[in-house]
Design a protein around this ligand. Structure first.
Ligand code: 2P0
Length: 320
């Protein structure tokens, strides 16, 4: 495909079953631990890039400054000849509130820039570049169940099972649309520097990753539920024991956890996962998604329920 100096790409957020929280020392934005996620369908970032006299950014209809994007473009330009870029990007879900908008954002941006300016990246290379913007974005380049692991001195993402291997539902209870108080990068660094549990986290996450990968391959819901909830709770144990503590949960987050536990006691296979924000992501069989959505919708303080399933890779939708 000829590069025309403009392109549009779509990418989807992902939710980690085994979470990433902490970086290796040194350059390249490489995670300290392996992680395993599902890319979502049902919510997306759409990003258009065009050659321009200077870099400019419009986010959700408003002109914005973003130091993370500026740093990412500067790093890309050390390797590629890229002109000024006008970036127009939008999310059809709350931005910066623990719904992985930086994952889908950097995945869509890298994919659009590659197409617009003829960088010639294959999917794996695009994922490595997206990781430099935001490590979870490496996973959103791929669809289905995605691992982010160490391979050959590099941190690389890869699909470990396609979406149709195990078509789970992911039902999101939005507990607050407010932008999070402490961003992920700062939160991770604070945990590394101050939480007494940080070493236990990095050691045990390697085991969690192996268990979760086996559970995904075997489609063993109970095994995945146990390890994924544990990884999510352990992440929040880290943020709560950082100094000063970071409390990502809202009251409705806790209420939703109780509602899902009650549903599980009544026999529905469901487990919860929470990222760096108050939203609760409930995993279940597709057949149980109506019950899960009904349960979340009646939780006091849950503002909105978003129905997702497991989704596709980032893709160019318009190459000029
Ligand atoms: C994850 N999160 O595995 C974890 C769980 C949030 C909680 O990856 O510093 O925005 O840009 O690499 O990718 C969010 O972290 O952080 C994240 P940076 P990123 O999904």
């Amino acid at each position: 495909m000829a590069a025309r100096g403009e392109a549009t790409a779509v990418a989807h957020p992902n939710v980690a079953l085994v979470k990433y929280w902490g970086k290796q020392a040194g350059a390249g934005n490489r995670p300290a631990t392996p992680s395993l996620s599902v890319t979502l369908s049902g919510i997306a970032t759409t990003t258009r890039v065009e050659a321009a006299p200077a870099d400019r950014l419009w986010l959700n209809g408003k002109e914005a400054q973003d130091p993370k994007i500026a740093g990412f473009l500067a790093e890309l330009r050390t390797a590629f000849d890229i002109p000024g870029i006008a970036i127009t990007t939008g999310n059809d879900f709350p931005t910066g509130a623990g719904l992985a908008s930086s994952a889908s954002g950097f995945a869509a941006l890298t994919t659009a820039i590659d197409a617009a300016f003829g960088l010639g990246l294959d999917r794996a290379e695009r994922s490595v570049w997206a990781r430099r913007g935001s490590a979870s974005a490496a996973r959103s380049i791929f669809g289905g169940f995605v691992a982010l692991v160490e391979r050959g001195g590099e941190s690389v993402a890869e699909t470990v099972a396609d979406a149709d291997h195990w078509p789970l539902a992911v039902t999101v209870g939005v507990a607050s649309k407010q932008v999070k108080s402490v961003g992920s990068t700062a939160g991770m660094e604070r945990a590394r520097a101050t939480s007494p549990f940080y070493n236990a986290w990095t050691t045990s996450t390697h085991d969690d990753f192996s268990v979760a990968l086996r559970a995904v391959r075997a489609r063993d819901f109970d095994a995945l539920a146990e390890v994924a909830e544990h990884s999510s709770m352990k992440l929040h144990a880290l943020t709560l024991t950082s100094r000063p503590a970071i409390v990502y949960w809202a009251p409705a987050t806790v209420a939703a956890l109780h509602a899902l536990a009650q549903l599980r006691s009544a026999g529905t296979g469901v487990f919860a996962s929470i990222d760096a924000g108050p939203q609760v992501k409930a995993f279940s069989a597709l057949d149980d998604a109506d019950d899960v959505a009904d349960a979340l919708a009646t939780v006091p303080g849950i503002e909105r329920v978003i129905r997702c399933s497991i989704g596709p890779a980032a893709a160019v939708t318009d190459a000029g």
